[in-house]
Design a protein around this ligand. Structure first.
Ligand code: ADP
Ligand code: MG
Length: 686
């Protein structure tokens, strides 16, 4: 333990929550459920759990949920610093596939998904004295399910303290749900934010397809025309953000001479330098501490961020906000029965939150890249995720907890009954529940894997039926990550359009005729053959981080397999024992293991079919490959059997990822397979 710096102590004491410290502790001691509301940045997430830690020492473990992994990590790091302890000792975080906590941990930040998973293993949540559901206003699927579960848990464990923390005013709903529990309001200190709408509706519709350029333009305007203060730009995803950063940096780099700078930047005497940062919820930015550090005099920060900066993490020094008006959101497609991330218009509530980020420390300005008319037409509030998600995983968890009647489960905003019925039907087809809706032994095994039920089913089948779990574990580990295995340069990036072609050609060199799953396996084996070299990855346009993460995920999934479900780990059959010609270092080997032996793809593909049979289409004569079965016209049991009995050569089946590594026709061409030769086609979402 080391002593926190003066600066940290001072900062902690300056936060709005600080003066309510004792009142908060008293309220927490008195009530078993408490709703706490306070502006973003007031100190809810970082401070209140510490007040409990310091003020109610008899409490056992405090668990705090965050909807986003990046928030769980940055907050835990910050709080351990404030406590003067090493991360992973008294303070730690747990996210899926990454647990930093130890037996000493008293304050644990985690994603809501992690707590949900813990609740499936122990519905009483016995290890915790306090459970904090933070950022409740985000209304993620997991948070909503936790609400219902906690209400149950509380009846079983009256000693459990439940705190619901939210940044928006609309908290009556939470209080009503928990039998009108008290609401503790922390008065905010916010400054007025001046809002400017985009006025030219016509030009706007032309710009819509080019949101990134539009946002960069606005950021450049602020940088050159407005006084000192950092800028936060809300965009929708990693690619857009990277592009925006490059485009902005390019403009900065064009100005070489100081005299020119003085001509372009109006307040050049206040702003000597500009720094550009991306911020999105993926591994690379976890350690971007600089974004979260206070602003330095003479340096203007420009942060291009996803929604993560809306309420979950606070970036100090922001005076200007640029709001694109869009967000990438989970959206359920009832036709395919799958979730997709789609760029969607934000709600008015979200727009207000975004603008508010500019008024944290001084009066600010928000530029909305849409007209006031479009603002009026936005939904007042964001639709809770539970009403627009596939409920497959959720319902499997509920079943595992012994909740049989999921249709009448107490949800704060119940999902459409049709969504629940679809999920039940799919679980039944996957063999996870029986015809009276009870969890089957297979479903029980599936529920132990921190994966989607479909992917969990694939793993179980690969072990129990097809004897190839060793390879399937590898493929599943890569699929479980959320980033693309292959790097895709944009035509505007450094290498230009040539880089795009090079990367595409590179992917093709790994392509396996049986589809993307086997292609992933190829990449894995080649990576191992090249001693997991990052240079090799770079040369081949492969994201080394995805493979490194997959290796870690694989170990954990293997542990579940061996120790929790007791499933056998077996290697897929090899087609020939004769090792093919001594492989040269340069040549990429297709369809072989580390030792150069051919792997039989059939059992591997069959395993995938068992979990994703809803994604398979019987091609028939010249019928569309991409036709699919909507949940209402599911494969009948007979058809499922037919698929499972499939014994043809691998060429009569092509497994195709929807995130195509290489285009479908390219893959066929390369392997001299005619489209008309295919019997079945399968595709997958990640
Ligand atoms: P809330 O949960 O109410 O939005 P937080 O507890 O997340 O507020 O943050 C309170 C304040 O702590 C922020 O305004 C910021 O100044 C500071 N802070 C939070 N996280 C960090 C960090 N990683 N580094 C530096 N300061 C931070
Ligand atoms: Mg917070």
């Amino acid at each position: 333990r080391f002593v926190p710096s003066e600066k940290i102590i001072e900062q902690r004491e300056s936060l709005p929550t600080f003066e309510y410290r004792n009142d908060l502790i008293e309220a927490i001691k008195e009530y078993s459920v408490l709703v706490i509301i306070g502006e973003t940045g007031s100190g809810k997430t970082t401070q209140i759990p510490q007040y409990i830690l310091e003020g109610i020492p008899e409490m056992k473990k405090i668990g705090v949920t965050q909807p986003r992994r990046i928030a769980a990590i940055t907050v835990a790091k910050r709080v351990s610093e404030e406590q003067g302890v090493r991360l992973g000792s008294t303070v730690g975080y747990t996210i899926r596939f990454d647990d930093t906590t130890s037996s000493d941990t008293k304050l644990k930040y985690m994603t809501d998904g992690v707590l949900l998973r813990e609740a499936t293993e122990d519905p009483h949540l016995n290890q915790y004295s306090v459970v904090v559901i933070d950022e409740a206003h985000e209304r993620t699927l997991e948070t909503d399910v936790l609400f219902g579960l906690l209400k149950k848990t509380q009846r079983l464990r009256p000693d459990l303290k439940i705190l619901i923390m939210s940044a928006t005013l609309d908290v009556e709903k939470f209080s009503d749900f928990f039998d009108e529990c008290p609401i503790f309001e922390i008065p905010g200190r916010t400054f007025p934010v001046d809002i400017t709408y985009y006025k030219d509706a016509q030009r706007l519709s032309a710009l819509k397809s080019n949101l990134v350029d539009h946002a960069v333009e606005a950021a450049w305007h602020i940088h050159t025309q407005e006084r000192a203060g950092d800028v936060l730009v809300f965009l929708t995803g990693q690619n857009d953000i990277e592009r925006a950063c490059r485009a902005f940096q390019d403009r900065v780099n064009k100005i070489n001479r100081h005299e020119d700078y003085k001509k372009v930047v109006r307040y050049y005497d206040q702003i000597e330098k500009v720094m550009v940062y991306p911020l999105y919820a993926s591994l690379e930015t976890y350690d971007q501490k600089a974004v979260f550090e206070g602003s330095r005099k003479g340096v203007r920060k420009i942060v291009f961020a996803t929604n993560v900066a809306q309420t979950s993490v606070t970036i100090p020094g922001i005076r200007y906000v640029i709001d694109s008006g869009f967000v990438k959101e989970k959206t359920y497609d009832a036709n395919t029965g799958m979730d997709a991330l789609l760029v969607t218009e934000i709600s008015q509530a979200a727009a207000t939150q975004r603008a508010g980020r500019a008024g944290r420390t001084a009066p600010g300005k928000a530029y909305r890249l849409y007209t006031s008319d479009s603002f009026d037409h936005m939904l007042p509030d964001t639709i809770p995720e539970i009403q627009r998600s596939s409920l497959l995983g959720t319902i499997l968890s509920l079943k595992k907890m012994g909740i049989v009647d999921v249709i009448n489960f107490e949800f704060i905003d119940p999902p459409d009954e049709k969504l629940v019925r679809n999920a039940l039907k799919q679980l039944y087809l996957l063999g996870a529940i029986d015809d009276v809706g009870k969890l089957t032994p297979l479903g029980d095994k599936m529920s132990h894997f921190p994966l989607s039920p479909s992917l969990a089913r694939v793993l179980v089948s690969s072990a129990e039926e097809y004897e190839c779990s060793y390879e399937v574990l590898t493929i599943a580990s890569i699929l479980a990550g959320e980033n693309d295995l292959f790097r895709a340069p944009s035509p505007r990036s450094r290498g230009g359009p040539e880089a795009v072609i090079e990367a595409e050609e590179c992917k093709l060199r790994f392509a396996h005729h049986a589809g993307d799953h086997m292609t992933y396996l190829n990449v894995w084996h080649e990576w191992k053959r090249h001693n997991k070299s990052r240079t090799w990855c770079k040369e081949n346009w492969i994201n080394s981080k995805v493979l490194e993460t997959a290796a870690n995920v694989r170990r954990q999934l293997m542990d579940v397999m061996e120790n929790k479900t007791r499933l056998p780990i077996k290697r897929a059959p090899r087609l020939s024992t004769k090792s093919s010609k001594k492989s040269t270092n340069k040549k990429i080997m297709i369809g072989v293991d580390e030792k150069g032996r051919q792997i039989d793809p059939v059992p591997i593909l069959k395993s995938f079919l068992s979990g994703y049979f809803t994604n398979i289409a019987n091609k028939g004569a010249n019928r569309a490959v991409f036709s699919h079965y909507s949940p209402d016209q599911h494969l009948t049991e007979g058809m499922t059997a037919e698929v499972n009995d499939f014994t043809g050569s691998p060429t009569s089946l092509v497994a195709l990822h929807l995130h195509p590594l290489c285009s479908f026709s390219d893959m066929l061409d390369r392997n001299r397979i005619r489209y008309s030769e295919l019997d079945w086609v399968m595709y997958m979402h990640v």
